[in-house]
Design a protein around this ligand. Structure first.
Ligand SMILES: O=C(O)CCC(=O)C(=O)O
Ligand SMILES: [Fe+2]
Length: 364
């Protein structure tokens, strides 16, 4: 009976959790290797359960391009580069190409001909993405400077340590839809490259049962810890995955276990750990070197980002500005990993709506 109740709640049963850790990892481009959840299905049928067997989401999120509504990063970082004459004076054709790339990969690197003082580009970015997200360390332009000389968080304070993959504002109840990272100074002797991980790879590490559980609030809490005193300034416990009620697209919020991870509920620990392992593995990471003036634009609800280590005595400066996504491109860009209209998401829904979220409703 306990087993039935556990399965109904979508939690892992001991035998199933143990199986999860033996499944082979799949490479980013999928070579046909599939995790098999048949044992999981057996676990539920042998208990006399009539519910459908758990579906490995790797089977329904193929990386082979057969689902054109699935955002997947390419294998070559240059594929993300969009070369334009001027970001501030972007042409309609270039904008069209940008929209195509964002909807396909979930990230783009804007490369312009001349290096300037960095501010003109925000004319275009502000117009495209609308309202920017307030940050306690932003300047008068809404830009947060990432610079180890004046660190903003425990993670940006230590160049020698990689900044593990995460989505921004994971400590808030309404994470930004788009984030922009402008390289102003790259580490002179290399390192410090940006690292991207497709959210689809995180989801592919789960079964639909696990996804269902992670769509509940209160499963994983994540905080903001400023560099100064490392205190827990803000904490959010919204779901790791939810479906946007307007677009029907699956959204992700993520942090590897990087010092800003709070509580992980017992019943999702194996699922969280599987995803954490995926996010840390090089085979799932796209390393994107940026040179000064280049701007990495990321769909913050489809793709996680981080940074490789670099020498601590070297200067490296990035400007970050994050947006709500209510600008001119609102109707052309859909944030999130994929549409959830297909039958593979049958029975999966989210109770989460950022606009009506009341943390007091859940007890951690
Ligand atoms: O240093 C970087 O390139 C990334 C920093 C970052 O992701 C952040 O501050 O949220
Ligand atoms: Fe970040």
């Amino acid at each position: 009976m306990k087993l039935l109740q556990a399965l109904r709640r979508g939690s892992r049963v001991p035998g199933v959790a143990a199986l999860g850790s033996r499944f082979p990892e799949h490479p980013p481009c999928g070579t046909g290797q599939m995790r098999h959840f048949s044992k999981m299905a057996e676990a539920s049928s042998s208990a006399g359960e009539s519910r459908k067997p758990a579906v490995p989401l790797q089977e329904v999120l193929p990386r082979d391009g057969s689902r054109d509504d699935l955002k997947v990063l390419p294998n070559d970082p240059d594929t993300l580069r969009l070369r334009v004459k001027s970001i501030a004076k972007i042409t309609d054709e270039e904008q069209h190409e940008f929209v195509f790339m964002m909807n396909r990969y979930g990230a783009t690197v804007l490369v312009q001909e001349d290096f300037d003082d960095g501010l003109p580009a925000y004319k275009t970015l502000d117009r495209w993405f609308g309202r920017y997200i307030h940050h306690d360390a932003m300047n008068e332009f809404g830009i947060v400077e990432i610079n180890p000389a004046k660190p903003t968080s425990i993670n940006t304070a230590n160049p020698k340590k990689e900044h593990l993959p995460h989505t921004d504002d994971a400590y808030t109840d309404s994470p930004s839809a788009f984030l922009t990272l402008q390289c102003r100074q790259s580490a002179p002797s290399g390192g410090g490259e940006s690292v991207l991980v497709s959210g689809a790879d995180l989801v592919a590490a789960l079964s639909n049962e696990e996804l269902r559980t992670l769509m509940q609030p209160g499963m994983v809490s994540m905080g903001r810890r400023p560099a100064g005193d490392g205190s827990w300034m803000k904490v959010s416990s919204i779901p790791l995955f939810w479906v946007d009620k307007d677009s029907g697209w699956l959204q992700v919020r993520w942090r590897c276990n990087d010092g800003c991870l709070g509580d992980v509920a017992e019943e999702v620990k194996p699922s969280y750990e599987q995803m954490d392992a995926v996010a840390r593995k090089e085979v799932h990471q796209l390393v994107v070197p940026l040179v000064p003036g280049e701007i990495l634009v990321i769909d913050n609800r489809a793709v996680a980002h981080g940074r490789r280590p670099y020498e601590s005595d070297e200067p490296r400066v990035m400007w970050r500005k994050n947006y709500v996504g209510n600008g001119e491109l609102e109707t052309q860009l859909t944030s999130g990993m994929c549409a959830t209209f297909s039958s593979m998401f049958d029975g999966l829904h989210s109770m989460f709506d950022p606009s009506s979220w009341d943390p007091a409703k859940i007890k951690l």
